[in-house]
Structure formats: structure tokens, C-alpha cells
Write a protein that binds this ligand. Structure first.
Ligand code: PMP
Length: 332
């Protein structure tokens, strides 16, 4: 297990996050709380063979002053999970409220005191060969699992990322719909991200097959041009990000900055003033070089910086205007 130090606020206070999966943590699997080491699936499981599952990535932020864990926009993540289920005929009977309650109970059992990542999976649990999604006579039922793990920063938020434009194009809506967080489609993400890292970049931007910007490997993208905040539309084959919606709302409410949602050309990225990524894992991560070209003056820009600072206060439950987005785990 790797140790990572992450900054939790603007004072010198540091929090140590021991990252990695703890097999002795508690998970939720087959309708029960069990040790993660006992949450096993059969090698013939449909989702293991065909990638026929959907998932979410949710963050819990530890607030040291309040000794409280806040889960950020959990409801919105579970609404998206249920929508992803519809795309591939998964029969998840649990409501959004039930999913939230199970998540809170699981977090209470694991008693974390650092930033956490929460990973629900809904998957085709049939033990048979054949890619059909149908559940004829109960032959391909739906499974649900949930586990949690400590997670610090997924990307370097301080230095500014150097990213490429990937030669892999984004999956299309009529191939594997990217608006769903579908397990199998993450092979596309994995190819793009891995090749970028092997070529010395921190991450990558993927284009739609028609050549316009889609999003980052596992994050949405924003650009600033002439003081305007711009992001790609859902028909550019993006995941409809919870953080993207959050940024659009925060920019409007806090800085009176309207977001223009429109197609972005690759070459616009080379001439704009600022670029940043956003996502549950990526949080708000500025890119300062794209394809070896500096973005703006090659430093994190002022709009990216102020949105990043605001975001970190909001997610940790320190901004009272947005406390309803932060679900407390412990009854202090
Ligand atoms: N796009 C992709 C492909 C992703 O995997 C993610 C991470 N979930 C995002 C965008 C950002 O979405 P969110 O803000 O909801 O985490």
C-alpha cells in the first residue's frame, strides 16, 4: 500500500491517506455486509465475460474540524447509476434513497477518517455463455456490490497537467453509450490513458470520431477563451458528469460566469487561455500544456484557480450555501 500526503486546506495541516484496497474492510455484496476478501464472483459471471455492468465513482471528503465525513452529491450519482442500468437492461430494484442508506451504513461500519472513494457496481450476474442482456427465466439476474477505499488526489492538482490529444477516439452513443458509466466502455478509457502515460503525458483528451473534442480520459473538460467559460455538450459523447454540472452552477452563482455549452475544436485548445478537467476523481485539475503547446501563458489560469479553490471548500462541507450537496455520514 502506498502512502500519499494530500493538502486538506490552505493552512499547513496535512492528512495522510494510506491508499489502496484493504481486503479487511467491509463491503456490501449479495444483500449483506461482508469482508471485502469474501466478496467474490464466479469466473463465468456475465459481466466478467462481456463487461456488462455499470458503476459509479463517488467521493467522501473528511472534514477534520468537524470530525465528519461528507459524501458529495451522492443522490446525483445514484440517479445516474439507475440511468446507466436502463441502458443495458440491468434490473436494480433499490431506490436512490435505499442506495444512499446502504452507502451511509457501509461508511459507518468502516469508520474512515480520511478522504474516501466509493465504488458501487451493478452487473449481469448470470453464469452462462452468450452476450444477450435478457434475463429469461432468471438466467441473467442483476447483482449489486459496493465497496469503499481511501483515496487522495488522483491527479497532481498543483503543478498543472501536460496532456495529449489521444489517437483513440471516444466510443459513440450508438456503439456503447458514453452517457452511461458502463464497465466495458472503460477499455476505451484505459487505452487512451495508458498510451498517454507511456508517451510521457499526465493524461489525455479524446475526440469524437468526427474530430471534435469530447472529454478527458475519465473527466469532463472546460476551456476559457476571452473570459468565457466553455464546455462540450452531451452530444459530444461525454459522460454527463456530476462535477461538470457542479462547476456550471458554481461559476454562475459565485462568479456570475455563464458557461457556454458548445462543440470545441481540437485547435481551439491550442489558442485558448485556460483548460481544466473536472470529475469526481480528477476534482478540478488545470492543464497547462496540451500536445507540447503551453495553454495560455503555461500557468494555471485565474478562473481555473478560483473554481478549484471554491470546489475544495464546497466538497468538504465548508461552504454553507452548498451544504445540501454534502451528506454527513456520522451522527456527531
Ligand atoms: N467522463 C468520464 C468518462 C468519467 O469516467 C468521469 C468520472 N466519473 C467523468 C467524465 C466525470 O464525471 P463525474 O464528475 O460525475 O465524476
Amino acid at each position: 500500500m502506498q502512502k500519499q500526503t494530500i493538502t486538506i486546506d490552505k493552512t499547513e495541516k496535512k492528512m495522510t491517506v494510506k491508499e489502496g484496497t484493504d481486503l479487511d474492510s467491509i463491503a456490501y455484496f449479495n444483500e449483506k455486509f461482508v469482508l471485502l476478501r469474501d466478496a467474490q464472483i464466479n469466473i463465468m459471471t456475465h459481466a466478467f465475460q462481456y463487461g456488462t455492468g455499470v458503476f459509479e465513482g463517488i467521493r467522501g471528503y473528511w472534514n477534520e474540524e468537524e470530525k465528519q465525513m461528507y459524501i458529495f452529491r451522492m443522490k446525483e450519482h445514484y440517479v445516474r447509476l439507475k440511468n446507466s442500468c436502463k441502458l443495458i437492461r440491468l434490473e436494480l430494484t433499490k431506490s436512490v434513497d435505499e442506495l444512499c442508506n446502504i452507502t451511509i451504513e457501509l461508511m459507518q461500519k468502516n469508520k474512515p477518517t480520511c478522504d474516501m472513494y466509493i465504488r458501487p457496481n451493478v452487473y449481469k450476474a448470470g453464469i452462462n455463455v452468450g452476450p444477450s442482456l435478457l434475463n429469461k427465466n432468471g438466467s441473467n439476474p442483476t447483482g449489486f456490490s459496493l465497496c469503499t477505499m481511501p483515496m487522495g488526489e488522483y491527479l497532481d492538482l498543483e503543478k498543472g497537467l501536460h496532456v495529449s490529444v489521444s489517437s483513440w477516439t471516444r466510443v459513440e452513443d450508438n456503439a456503447i453509450p458514453p452517457r452511461g458509466k458502463i464497465q466495458g466502455s472503460y477499455v476505451n478509457t484505459a487505452l487512451a490513458k495508458t498510451d498517454a502515460i507511456l508517451s510521457g503525458f499526465d493524461d489525455t483528451i479524446v475526440l469524437s470520431s468526427c474530430g471534435h473534442v469530447s472529454e478527458g480520459s475519465a473527466m469532463n473538460i472546460f476551456m476559457v477563451r476571452d473570459g468565457k467559460l466553455i464546455t462540450t455538450p452531451v452530444h459530444s459523447n461525454i459522460l454527463e458528469g456530476v462535477t461538470r454540472t457542479t462547476i456550471i452552477e458554481l461559476a454562475k452563482k459565485e462568479f456570475d460566469l455563464e458557461t457556454e455549452v458548445r462543440q470545441i475544436d481540437r485547435s481551439e485548445l491550442y489558442v485558448c487561455d485556460e483548460v481544466f478537467f473536472c470529475g469526481t476523481g480528477a476534482q478540478v485539475s488545470p492543464a497547462t500544456m496540451i500536445d507540447h503547446r503551453p495553454v495560455g501563458n503555461g500557468k494555471t489560469g485565474p478562473i481555473s484557480k478560483k473554481l478549484q479553490e471554491l470546489y475544495f471548500n464546497v466538497v468538504r462541507g465548508r461552504n454553507h450555501c452548498y451544504k445540501e450537496w454534502c451528506m454527513p455520514v456520522f451522527k456527531n
